[in-house]
Design a protein around this ligand. Structure first.
Ligand SMILES: [Zn+2]
Length: 332
């Protein structure tokens, strides 16, 4: 069917890496053979995902050249979809927790700048219903998939579309890309999450090679409780984002404090008398160096503004100390 509107342009870009880089079957390092691009319409705009697909190169391996996709892909979007899982979670929450009608949900999404038709809302609601009833309907098929694979790599994500809504928890299997279980919980307590993980691991009864998550405290504890001794990989993107928040705050504070020490540049410039031309030239150069260092910003999180300012002010200070020394030498 022809589309009336063109696909909306991406407003942000994310690169998704595989947390597991070694073949789960033979243990050899997999290669990043090619990348896939996917457009996802999320609540925060249209995101272009660059997926780094890995494949085992060992010709005698059962998984030779079988694609291993970044574990986090499924936390963004379901297979063959264009709307993000966060949009589906919101549609479900508005319908079942707030009892809103499809036109009302459509209006709400529009107000959040999600480009969507009313028919797509109906469609997403059906996906949501499928998602949360999947475990009950599909256990025997999932059991067969798990048995055939002989191992599982689990991923667990919590989706809270808006503050105050219940969290939609999704447990996926990364080798097959299957969604195993989706359930809304009022709380994200360790016991409740551990119970979900146990339900999956006990029912499928196949060894678990690892778990991947964003490393939230309650998930970490739940994995420890439900699956003791199993490797828990953290998605690097979330990890970096969480860590960078603290670094960013600390750096911003440091920059503010540093700035207090270099106030009053204009006052210094104005205090130079007209008959001190030589000194005036030197002072104005230093003043513009300080001013320049105050306005050049780093790009967080890896290039911190505060640290950059500290570096530049130190250089200026060292240079001033040299001038001071020269002056002392001349006097003696
Ligand atoms: Zn292999």
């Amino acid at each position: 069917m022809a589309r009336k509107n063109l696909k909306p342009e991406a407003t942000s870009f994310e690169v998704l890496e595989c947390v597991h880089k070694y073949c789960p079957e033979c243990g050899e390092r997999m290669w990043n053979e090619y990348n896939n691009l996917r457009h996802v319409r999320t609540l925060k705009g249209v995101v272009q995902l660059k997926l780094k697909i890995h494949r085992c190169q060992n010709m005698s391996c059962k998984r030779y050249r079988i694609a291993y996709r970044p574990e986090q892909e499924g936390s963004w979007i379901l297979p063959h979809h264009e709307f993000g899982l966060d949009v589906i979670a919101l549609v479900g929450a508005l319908r079942y927790q707030e009892h809103r009608s499809v036109p009302q949900i459509h209006a709400h999404l529009k107000s959040q700048c999600v480009c969507i038709s009313e028919r797509s809302v109906t469609h997403l609601l059906a996906r949501y219903d499928e998602l949360v009833s999947l475990w009950l309907k599909d256990v025997s098929r999932l059991k067969a998939v798990a048995k055939e694979q002989g191992r599982l790599i689990l991923a667990i994500d919590g989706m809270q579309p808006e503050v105050g809504h219940e969290v939609l928890w999704v447990i996926r299997e990364c080798l097959s890309g299957e969604i195993l279980l989706a359930k809304t919980l009022l709380s994200s307590k360790t016991e409740d999450l551990a119970a979900l993980l146990l339900e999956v691991s006990n029912t499928l009864d196949v060894p678990i090679d690892g778990v991947v998550s964003d490393g939230q405290q309650s998930i970490r504890k739940a994995v420890e409780v439900a699956l003791p001794g199993i490797a828990h990989g953290l998605c690097h993107f979330h990890y970096l984002k969480e860590a960078s928040k603290m670094i960013y705050e600390a750096d911003r504070h440091a920059k503010k404090e540093l700035k207090k020490h270099v106030r009053g540049i204009r006052k210094i410039e104005n205090s130079i008398r007209d008959d001190q031309l030589e000194i005036a030239a030197v002072v104005s150069k230093y003043c513009s160096a300080v001013r320049g260092s105050l306005t050049s910003d780093g790009r967080p999180p890896l290039d911190a503004s505060g640290l950059k300012l500290q570096e530049r002010l130190t250089l200026i200070e060292q240079s001033l100390q040299k001038v001071e020394k020269k002056k002392d030498c001349r006097h003696h």
